[in-house]
Design a protein around this ligand. Structure first.
Ligand code: ARG
Length: 547
């Protein structure tokens, strides 16, 4: 990983050296304004009480950029326009070609980041919400690792709770061997147990006793519970493999691992007067929240809230996290706001550790309503993958789904429209894969004709410069995604890059040109191909050489 500052960062630093404040460089809105623009003179003019153009003129004198830019220009009311020299752009594009990561300003202060994502519930198939969490969390893991952070994924699987008491009891009633089940089989078992519970008070009582036995660590109960967890995990792993995500068994940190911590957390909070008894339950009230966090209910049971507090304590205290990220559907926003507030109050989450809830919207059907099956039940993740694979090859279908998931703001709902998602035109994953495959094809052809890509040296045409300029921004875009956790910025960038590549092909002949020009243009194709592949990889999307 390069520790060199990227070109945009260098430009910004040089302007700041003269201006004394962050110049907030922005990509120029029109080619005639150069490549970057700053309104710093306008801002300084206000505080200095001088005319903006006068301040701009002074800055242009002082800014030391002659080695990188054409002479600076002042435009309109006092904007400063920067145009990068063609030879400098060529050099940067050449660096990117050598290593697409070269523009990433590897984190100055690498962090230990714990990301809670996927987190399906045992004995239930994953649904669309888990699909989004898995795809988004996987992208965060990739981007944060690429920017120099240590990422510890935590798959907070729902593998504990009252439902396992009734499932174990039902298995025993039916004389069924849990190891013969698969995940859908476990889900069916859950439904039978639930029906049984509703119709028989006697079974309900036994199921309650079974929960007590499970929590107390009764060997036979634990053995059967473990079998249910194992078949669930095998089912989830099959889906993870299909989805090409990085999660492994090492990342599973199910709710059950906190079982022994729950009474410890409750006692700690109670002793320090943070939790109080309220109508038989142990709760924590926090200013500004309409309801308290439930630490222990009136029956003496611990639930979702207490488990998440124990998880925060573990992640900070044992795993040494200094940044916590939770990728969970927006309906759980309140839960996490409360958990973070209680954790701060209790000191489980010290001020220097950040905690972010990254919610995401729903996946909608063509009718604009929450996506569901004809029977009205939640759609399973595997059936979504099946639907996309009915339209395209697996790698393309997956790209279609992941890109649709990541390319608009995460909080927005989006419509699951398979045909649009798999199209190789428009703002889609397959379009980017296609752009990559096309560049590969050109390079392969040139190679076969005996013309390998050469160093990027000549950037005479505006379309070449535009492409090189975009390449120089890749690292900065990745840095921004790592900071803001907004993958759509990377998607938007790659879409723009693929568009610039096709304009470049149109205006600048590659195979039909000759000598150093052809070598340089092929080099530009190669750099772009690599950046697209690297960018797609950060989104968790594969870039096949052929389509
Ligand atoms: N299992 C939960 C669900 O399916 C999501 C868990 C999210 N993570 C957490 N730490 N609570 O809704």
């Amino acid at each position: 990983m390069a520790s060199m500052l990227s070109l945009p960062a260098v430009l910004s630093a040089r302007v700041e050296a003269a201006a004394g404040v962050d110049p907030e460089l922005r990509p120029a809105t029109r080619p005639q304004f150069g490549h970057y623009q700053s309104n710093v003179a306008l801002r300084l003019a206000k505080s200095e009480g001088r005319p903006p153009r006068e301040v701009a003129a002074r800055l242009v004198e002082q800014i030391d950029l002659a080695d990188l830019c054409e002479p600076l220009e002042i435009a309109g009311p006092g904007f400063i326009n920067l145009r990068i020299r063609a030879d400098v752009l060529a050099g940067v594009a050449e660096d990117v070609r050598g290593d697409p990561h070269s523009g990433i300003n590897a984190a100055e202060h690498p962090k230990r980041v714990v990301i809670d994502y996927s987190s399906p519930n045992a004995a239930k198939q994953m649904h669309v919400g888990h699909l989004r969490s898995t795809i988004i969390g996987d992208c965060f893991t990739r981007v944060l690792r690429a920017t120099g952070h240590t990422v510890i994924p935590q798959n907070h699987m729902g593998d504990w709770g009252r439902q396992f008491g009734m499932m174990v009891e039902q298995l025993i009633d039916e004389g069924l061997d849990a190891t013969t089940l698969d995940l859908p089989g476990a889900e069916a078992l859950y439904q039978r147990a639930n029906a049984h519970l509703n119709e028989s008070e006697e079974f309900a009582a036994r199921a309650r006793d079974r929960v007590v036995a499970l929590q107390a660590g009764d060997a036979e109960t634990r053995r059967i519970w473990q079998q249910i967890i194992d078949i669930s995990l095998a089912g989830f792993n099959a889906t993870y493999q299909r989805m090409n995500v990085l999660l492994t068994d090492d990342d599973v940190a199910g709710e059950s691992i906190y079982n022994d911590d729950l009474p410890v957390v409750a006692a700690d909070l109670e002793q320090r007067g943070i939790a109080v008894m309220d109508d038989g339950a142990l709760v924590v009230f926090v200013d500004g929240f309409p309801a308290p966090a439930m630490i222990r209910n009136r029956q003496g049971g611990y639930g979702y809230d207490c488990t998440d507090l124990a998880a925060v304590r573990h992640r900070v205290g044992d795993l040494g996290a200094d940044r916590l990220i939770y990728v969970v559907g927006t309906p759980q926003q309140f839960h996490f706001d409360l958990i973070f507030a209680v954790s701060r109050k209790a000191g489980y989450l010290p001020p220097e550790v950040s905690a972010e809830f990254v919610g995401f919207g729903q996946v909608l059907g063509a009718d604009g309503k929450k996506f569901s099956t004809r029977e009205g039940t939640a759609v399973t993740l595997d059936s979504l993958l099946d639907a996309a694979e009915a339209e395209a090859a697996p790698a393309i279908a997956l790209a279609a789904i992941k890109y649709a998931d990541l390319s608009s703001g995460l909080q927005k709902d989006y419509t699951f429209d398979v045909e649009r998602m798999v199209a190789t035109t428009g703002d889609t994953g397959p379009y980017l894969q296609y752009a990559h495959a096309r560049a590969t094809q050109i390079l392969r052809k040139a190679e076969a004709e005996g013309y390998p890509a050469g160093p990027i040296t000549l950037l005479t045409e505006p379309e070449e410069q535009t492409l090189a300029l975009l390449l120089s921004r890749f690292g900065e875009v990745v840095d921004t995604v790592a900071e803001t956790l907004q993958p759509h910025r990377l998607c938007g960038y790659l879409y723009e890059l693929a568009g610039a590549l096709s304009v470049f092909y149109e205006k600048c002949p590659v195979l039909k040109s000759e000598g150093a020009v052809r070598a340089s243009r092929l080099g530009l194709c190669l750099a772009t191909k690599r950046v697209i592949a690297t960018g797609l990889d950060l989104l968790g999307i594969q870039a096949p050489d052929r389509m």
